[in-house]
Design a protein around this ligand. Structure first.
Ligand code: HEM
Length: 115
């Protein structure tokens, strides 16, 4: 296992997570079958991201710098965003926009590792 392998699987998680967020826009139309597919992509994406994130952290011997701790918090934020839409506490379009902003911050953190 090299860091490139871990990053490869990590990026599959990113694809799944954002397929899930994109699909959230359909939830307003109450299509329950789509909801299940969307929720599965979102959930699988987050699980893959967590497992492969720790794989990359281990292989890269990064320890726990600020950018990884912050990524863990933002990973949790991605969970809550979805749950809030499912519980009708947040509009789907707002959640999708917030997820894009959080996603950009996360990519900045792991590529530039500012702290
Ligand atoms: C919101 C969820 C997350 C997203 C969208 C995300 C996204 C990314 C992306 C796009 C990369 C760059 C991969 C590459 O350069 O090929 C990356 C790298 C990485 N991520 Fe995540 N990640 C997330 C959660 C996590 C979590 C929870 C951890 C916890 C350990 C983590 C640890 C890492 C590590 C260690 C790297 C490798 C950085 C490097 O070697 O340069 N990520 N992540």
């Amino acid at each position: 296992m090299t860091i490139v392998h871990a990053q490869f699987f990590h990026l599959i998680g990113v694809i799944f997570l954002f397929i899930g967020f994109g699909g959230l826009m359909a939830i307003g139309e109450n299509r329950s079958v789509i909801n299940k597919i969307v929720a599965s992509f979102h959930g699988a994406g987050l699980l893959i991201l967590l497992i492969t994130g720790f794989m990359a952290q281990g292989v890269g011997k990064y320890g726990f710098p600020g950018w990884i701790i912050t990524k863990l918090i933002l990973w949790l934020a991605m969970v809550f965003l979805f749950v809030m839409v499912k519980k009708d506490k947040l509009n789907a379009k707002t959640a999708v926009i917030i997820s894009a902003v959080v996603g950009i911050v996360v990519v900045y953190l792991c590529k530039f590792k500012p702290f």
